[in-house]
Ligand binder design. Structure first.
Ligand code: PLP
Length: 453
């Protein structure tokens, strides 16, 4: 390895041509999602009103490698492959013997890794005749990614944006509208569920689970419309494996073996997509890479949730999935500025944790912003608050290496930039950010409402 190297750039021709499906390598199979009424495993017919057939096929596929269609590769090349950076300046600031690398997904036009699956999902929808896609967005990155993908493939995109974030982030909304998306604050008057919530509580600030319910309801009430989810599902993680696959090629080029792989965790898609190829190597050839998911203390699904069947949304319209969950009507506190607010963890990632293939850790928001600011001062890029959780994790591991005098190779995923999140930075810089730990009683209360299986 070269100690002056600052980044590894792959050529367009080196873009991976297949995604990696970790389900092919699991020793025990993933528990099936169930129909909430019959409690029987959901079949393709249950999902057909919501998703294109190709995505449903991928959801249950046991093939190890799934080819990336030419048209998807072509659009991904707008920004991929993305560089793997060596964090030399951060290492110096930490005075650590560890070598730190990061994959920078903030170079996509939408600003995060979400474009990797938005492009694939928009392509399959277009190919199968969908005219319009309904979706939800929290912080706005997923909505942005899908609106851009809709513009690229000529699809109309309707976004239900969690109201609190709709009000706090008008610039995100304008970005989506610039790409042609139609954006409404959720709960909204546009669906029966939204109207019912508003009738009870006109001031309701919304939640990701509610916005999902609205988008699903929208897709179910129109024949020309499908639904699209930016995280959690197996096919989403499949599309995100392009991150880990590129990273593996880049590490090989610089003669490195990852000792520790770190990513932040909201619904689990970037962690799953980044870590899966490394975990696959562990499963097939006994590699010893540690994979660590970092989540916020205010939404601790992996570290404090229960591994149980639960709904993906608040109204209970989705299939029930086996996952680490805080309960489907869990509502994250308003003071939490760091994103990663989904109540559950992807079934794939939950399974990895259950099987002991990964570790999970929670961090507080102030220490995560401390890490973001140190990163910005040393490496320059301004991280999304979500991504900062991974930076915190990487810094903590690097400091551990310093104490132990160990020269480990740490690789983390920097999921996005934070240029639309300056309000959160403003709070941090002016000392108005408070730590918050989701109280155990509140978790117990929402867990009491898990569906009986
Ligand atoms: C959505 C998002 C996340 C969290 O979602 P996952 O599905 O857990 O990856 C993390 N970082 C950024 C920048 C995001 O937009």
């Amino acid at each position: 390895m070269n100690d002056k190297l600052r980044k590894v750039i792959l050529a367009e021709k080196d873009l991976p041509t297949s995604w990696y499906n970790i389900a092919a390598d699991f020793k025990t199979p993933l528990p099936a999602p169930l129909n909430p009424l019959t409690k029987k495993p959901v079949g393709p017919a249950d999902l057909a009103p919501l998703f294109p057939a190709e995505c449903i096929k991928q959801e249950v596929s046991a093939e190890r490698y799934i080819e990336i269609p030419e048209e998807v590769q072509d659009k991904l090349k707008l920004y991929r492959p993305v560089p793997l950076f060596r964090a030399l300046e951060l290492e110096k600031a930490l005075d650590t013997p560890a070598r730190i690398y990061y994959k920078y997904e903030g170079l996509s036009p939408s600003g995060s890794h979400k474009s990797n699956t938005a492009i694939a999902q928009a392509f399959y929808n277009k190919k199968e005749g969908t005219k319009r896609i309904a979706t939800e967005t929290g912080a706005g990155q997923w909505g942005s990614a899908l609106c851009l993908a809709g513009a690229l493939f000529g699809l109309e995109i309707k976004v239900y944006m969690v109201k609190v974030s709709y009000n706090q982030k008008p610039l995100r909304r304008l970005l989506m509208e610039t790409w042609g998306g139609k954006v409404v604050a959720s709960p909204s008057p546009d669906t029966e569920y939204g109207r019912a919530v508003l009738a009870k509580d006109p001031q309701c600030e919304g939640s990701l689970g509610m916005a999902i319910s609205e988008a699903v309801a929208d897709a179910l009430q129109r024949d020309d419309t499908k639904y699209s989810l930016g995280s959690v599902l197996n096919h989403v993680i499949l599309h995100q494996t392009i991150i880990g696959l590129e990273t593996q090629k880049q590490l090989e080029i610089c003669g490195e073996q990852a000792d520790i792989v770190i990513a932040c965790h909201g619904g689990g898609s970037n962690f799953g997509g980044f870590a899966s190829p490394f975990i696959g190597e562990k499963l097939r050839s006994g590699a010893r890479t540690r994979c660590i998911a970092i989540e916020p203390f205010s939404c601790p699904s992996l570290t404090k949730g229960k591994y149980a069947y639960d709904f993906g949304d608040t109204a209970g319209m989705t299939p029930i999935m086996m996952m680490h969950t805080l309960g489907h009507d869990y509502m994250p506190p308003g003071i939490h500025a760091g994103g990663l607010r989904y109540h559950g963890s992807a079934p794939l990632v939950s399974h990895m944790l259950k099987e002991g293939l990964i570790e999970a850790r929670a961090v507080h928001q102030k220490e995560s912003f401390d890490a973001a600011v140190l990163f910005a001062k040393t490496e320059g890029f301004l991280p999304a608050p979500e991504s900062s959780h991974a930076i915190r994790g990487a810094i903590d591991e690097a400091l551990q290496c310093q104490k132990a005098g160990e020269q480990k190779t740490i690789v983390f995923n920097l999921t996005g930039h934070g240029y639309f999140d300056m309000a959160a930075y403003e709070k941090y810089l002016n000392g108005r950010l408070e730590d918050h730990e989701y109280p155990a009683e509140a978790i117990a209360k929402s867990l009491a409402k898990l569906p009986a299986v």
